[in-house]
Design a protein. Sequence first.
Length: 128
Amino acid sequence: MQRRIFTLATGLVCGGLWLAGASTDAADKPDKNAAPMAIKVVTLNRKDPVAYEKDIEPIFVNKCQFCHSGSVKEGKFDISSYENLMKGGKRGKPIVPGKSAESTLVKMAGRTDKPFMPPRGEEPLTPE
């Protein structure tokens, strides 16, 4: 059962975090007061199942770990392990298995729910 939940949660997180942003012309000056645009979710055509350690954890290490692990834990949200990730933080559980559209983590990373993650001034997530 725990393996099934792990697989569902991992797939959900991977699907939600593999997001595509709209490209902008380098000459355009962004309006600092404007809300960031929502990031379009891309369809994945994977043959292999998603693996937390291989597919998800590197994204968290590169984009989220600085503020959400160790002694910092913004919003009481700790991503230092899969178990801590699934516990959630101040805003509750971040993942609704099988329902990515309802998952707080996906909404914030996709910039459809505040606070946007990564926060303003930081590079948003991309399909890479």
